[in-house]
Design a protein around this ligand. Structure first.
Ligand code: NAP
Length: 558
């Protein structure tokens, strides 16, 4: 074990992600004399956009809506090249903004925190990294992200594979597809948003020998409709930024799309089809969010729209059997997060792209040469890509050992952890218990930006808001010389109940996905839980504002 760093911190932020960058910027502006540092596991800034370098990674939110609003000058300086920017451009945007504000001077990279300990006598947190170095801080802000703990598939024989294997979130550095995939038989497991993006891109590479996709559950997907942005268009968009931000702020999801207030059955069949064709032809999430207002709460409305999209898939895939395998049967459109695609379905019309429907022939085992399915067939592979997603929302917290007040753990699972830990856990079985998603009782002086129970939607919009609420809460503590802040149990009880209520009636709540807390690759994550707030960002902001105006009601200070 190393010794305690000589420096004591006022605030430590975990993660040089978009949340970490935004929090650091605002905290430094507000508390110039404070010693504030970001600790980051990776070697650079960007979080999600640093790690996810797989071919095909790009926005499916409009680039102009996915940027920080606090540097108006930089908004005018930065040119987006595409309606939906690709990962290298996104990372460049994040790096350039970070450098412009000299934020790297307050960041320490290659530092993965393994445990955090609340010290009641000094009212500080002690953080220990994986090399044993200790850091002491008065306040600790988690900016660890919602989708940042990758999960390789729990499949027998996985360690026996003799080819190259990697998760999409740890793509090999300096990868060049035309060189590294040339002549190779590639297998991809997983068909979520990541799988769909990368399968499409790999299939387009002329030098590959074959691509075999192992699909357990098909996902509804629809065209992204990306386009280049010309210099002239960019100039026009920049002139409209105030309106763009205003539009995001007035939408419940923070995106540039709003639901049609009409209900599906209120209009004639012809009007319905016309509206669906219109949104299907539009870029981005229009075909998800821009739908009739009851599409994700009314079973019949959802069934009709799902049929409309299923027909689009049938029109695009030549082999009817493959088309049927690609059409989801166990959930309706939009009840899982909708991946957007740019030629995904047409990939399966290529003679070197094969779909293995795991519902018909499940994976038996991974072998040294590839994957053997239940029909006895061995699919020989040189490279195996795991597009198998993340231990979402609570996963990043689960990778850190928490010792809160009275030494309580944050997360413990029945059947996985010991009974005592389970009974004392603040979030038993990955069920978050928070106040406004900002703090959890038993974890004083620890704040979350983009934590569980917050409103997600358009991510930078959510981050900007919650980073400012945490900043204001810290300001209040400083003004009043408080050294201790904690959410009360009463406030957390009420908020947690409200979050659960906000999900009631949503068809998405009845479906297994990362959004409902189910992940077959993580021990203790087989039961559905409510980890995200579905009341919308407008209501979320209203409740935070109400809390602030009432003297930060629901928090105790000392
Ligand atoms: P995901 O949606 O959780 O998908 C994981 C996929 O892997 C699913 O198809 C899953 O099948 C499959 N899988 C997992 N374990 C398996 C196993 N043992 N055997 C066979 N198949 C297995 O993860 P993701 O695609 O990485 O996407 C996660 C989220 O990241 C997205 O929903 C989105 O919010 C975000 N994302 C955003 C962008 C963007 O903004 N452009 C791009 C990519 C991702 P089952 O469905 O059967 O479990």
């Amino acid at each position: 074990m190393g010794s305690i760093e000589r420096e004591q911190f006022d605030v430590l932020i975990i993660g040089a992600s978009l949340s970490g960058i935004c929090s650091l910027y605002h905290f430094r502006e507000q508390f110039p004399s404070w010693n504030i540092k970001v600790l980051e596991a990776g070697s650079g800034v960007g979080g999600t956009w640093f790690w996810n370098r797989y071919p095909g990674a790009r926005f499916d939110s409009e680039s102009i809506s996915y940027q920080f609003s606090w540097d108006k000058e930089f908004l005018q300086e930065w040119d987006w090249k595409e309606t939906f920017a690709a990962q290298p451009d996104i990372l460049k945007y994040i790096e350039t903004l970070t450098d412009k504000h000299h934020l790297r001077d307050h960041m320490q990279f290659n530092t993965r925190i393994k445990s955090v300990h609340w010290q009641d006598n000094s009212r500080t947190w002690l953080l220990i990294d994986e090399t044993g170095v200790k850091y002491q801080t008065r306040f600790f802000v988690s900016c660890m992200g919602v989708l940042s703990a990758p999960t390789p598939p729990a499949i027998p024989g996985i360690e026996s594979f003799e080819g190259q294997a990697f998760h999409t979130a740890s793509w090999p550095e300096d990868f060049v597809m035309s060189r590294d995939f040339s002549g190779k038989r590639i297998g991809v497991i997983g068909t979520g948003a990541t799988g769909i993006q990368t399968i499409t891109e790999i299939a387009k590479e002329p030098s590959i020998k074959s691509l075999t996709v192992f699909q357990r559950t098909p996902n509804w997907s629809a065209p992204l409709r990306n386009a280049k942005i010309t210099k002239e268009q960019m100039k026009e968009m920049k002139a409209e930024y105030d309106a763009v931000l205003q539009q995001c702020a007035s939408s419940a999801t923070g995106f540039l799309h709003d639901p049609d207030p009409r209900k599906t059955m209120e209009v004639t069949h012809e009007e319905r089809i016309a509206h669906w064709e219109k949104i299907y032809a539009q870029p981005g999430f229009a075909k998800w969010i821009g739908n009739f207002s009851d599409t994700y709460t009314d079973r019949e409305a959802n069934r009709l729209y799902s049929n409309f999209i299923a027909d689009k898939i049938r029109q695009r895939v030549h082999d009817p059997e493959v088309a049927e395998s690609l059409i989801p049967k166990n959930h309706g459109f939009g009840t899982r997060r909708v991946p957007l695609e740019s030629g995904y379905f047409e990939s399966y019309n290529q003679s070197n792209v094969h779909l293995v429907d795991l519902q018909k022939t499940p994976i038996d085992t991974v072998t040294p040469n590839g994957i053997r399915t239940a029909d006895g067939k061995e699919h020989e592979l040189d490279i195996l890509v795991y597009a198998t997603g993340f231990d979402a929302i609570t996963g990043a917290f689960n990778s850190v050992e928490f010792h809160g007040k009275d030494n309580s753990p944050l997360i413990a699972c029945s059947g996985v952890d010991d009974r005592d830990a389970y009974e004392r856990a603040v979030w038993p079985d990955h069920r978050p218990y928070t106040y406004l998603g900002l703090m959890a009782p038993g974890m004083p002086n620890m704040f979350m930006v983009l934590g569980p129970h917050q409103s997600y939607g358009n991510i930078p919009r959510s981050i900007e808001y919650s980073a400012l609420v945490v900043r204001d809460l810290l300001s209040y503590a400083r003004e009043n010389n408080y050294t201790f802040v904690e959410a009360t149990r009463k406030a957390a009880d009420e908020w947690t109940e409200h979050v659960i209520d906000s999900n009631k009636g949503q068809l998405s709540n009845e479906i297994d996905s990362w959004m409902t807390g189910v992940n077959s690759n993580v021990k203790g994550k087989m039961m559905r839980s409510v980890a995200r707030y579905s009341g919308g960002s407008i209501e979320y902001r209203r409740r935070c504002q109400q809390c602030k105006e009432n003297g930060w009601m629901g928090f105790t200070f000392a």
